[in-house]
Design a protein around this ligand. Sequence first.
Ligand SMILES: Nc1ncnc2c1ncn2[C@@H]1O[C@H](COP(=O)(O)OP(=O)(O)OP(=O)(O)O)[C@@H](O)[C@H]1O
Ligand SMILES: [Mg+2]
Length: 473
Amino acid sequence: MADLEETISLQDLFKTLRKRFVLIISAVILAVTLAGVVSYLYLTPIYKASTQILVTQKENDQQYNSQDIQTNLQLINTYKLIIKSPAILSIVAEKLDINTSPGMLNSQIAVNSEQSSQVVNISVQDVDHRNAVDIANVTAEVFQEEIKTLMNVDNVNILSPAVHAQNPSPIKPNPLLNMAIAAVIGLMLGIGLAFLLEYLDKTVKSEQDIEELLELPILGLVGPIPNNEGIRRRRERKGRWLKKKTKLETAKRKLITRNNPKAIHSEQYRTIRTNINFSMPDRELQTLLFTSALPRDGKSTTAANAAIVFAQEGKKVLLVDVDMRKPTVHHTFELMNGLGLSNVLTRQATISEVANESGTEGLDIITCGPIPPNPAELLSSQMMETVLEEMKKAYDMVIFDSPPLLSVSDAQILSNRCDGTILVINSGITEKDGAVKAKEVLASSKAHIIGAVLNNFKIDKDHYFYQYYGTVE
Ligand SMILES: Nc1ncnc2c1ncn2[C@@H]1O[C@H](COP(=O)(O)OP(=O)(O)OP(=O)(O)O)[C@@H](O)[C@H]1O
Ligand SMILES: [Mg+2]
């Protein structure tokens, strides 16, 4: 069972690779560039030169028989050892007048012969091609001479001496080969890193995460809303640096259901509305609280758009900003925040006095009002209960935009008084631990959690959502 749970599907693997594609490609490019730079700039080129000698048994023999050839081959093995012996190499070093020990020369020289061939190859590697040529040729010559005294035979001929070249090309390094190897290593490292990051990433990323971890129904998925409006505004003001992203830009994006009801995101909010409507068939859902674990998860965006789509459905809706620490609803709907909920809760104004028209038919807004020093106290007061009842009498649906659950207790207090609470999860940002904690906090205050909204969720083209709503423009 545990095995089954931990099995990662092939689809997940591809998803990870696709998600971290840029990382993987960057790793490959980095590795190839590094290998290129090191190969071309830092590694000393090594040149190789070879001299071929032919070993025969008898100089003047007209014909070899197979016996002779066999003997020759045994001889060649002996010769290979002799060529690299200090006896020969010390004379080579002397002749070349180079300050190299026979041991060093030995490591530069390789002697080999093809099987059943009497041709012996003396190859020399050196940082200087000329040196390599000289060492190879002198070694062959010295050996040819010395073998006469060493073995009392004269059966070595130089077949083809090494030659000096104008533009010799080094045998090492081979930059292309190094870069190809680096590409493979980079690819493997990139893929490894991608999976490591995925493993270390403890954020909620998918509907499955929510279902398995929080055991909450998914009310809907909202994709990242493109910031087209913002880009246009910035161009309009070209030449002048904006202090920060203007509130208006954000407001435009936030109210996609009003600004572009045909956008796929608006359809996503309508799906959330449908799911909320269906979530409690037996019980009337009149007061709804939108909250999340941490700041900037998308509570206000979701609450505002949900309020608009409920109003578009024909309901009389009231959106109330109960985020009395960092209120944003007045920015979103471009309203003044002179009078608001805090005035009502302190008996300075009535609901009808503070309710604003939103610009969307059927939707009224109550902003936060002057920020009070004791929001939690106000929200848990008897007055809040009374205000809530009044709101319920005047509207079909009351939606609250609240502060984050794990920062302050305001949302927790209010969740207990609302018919339903909706947990907004910021895909890829909300930590699993945080989401679980948020749910526990709500559960401890006996909130009725209707479900979760997965915000900023990049919907795949092959996701079921696309198959139904993908054509909506
Ligand atoms: N689906 C989305 N696509 C693109 N941007 C989004 C989306 N949801 C939220 N944002 C942006 O993220 C920022 C935070 O969103 P929002 O104000 O709704 O979060 P919040 O949870 O209410 O934050 P706070 O805790 O500060 O009240 C805003 O700039 C908003 O425009
Ligand atoms: Mg907010």
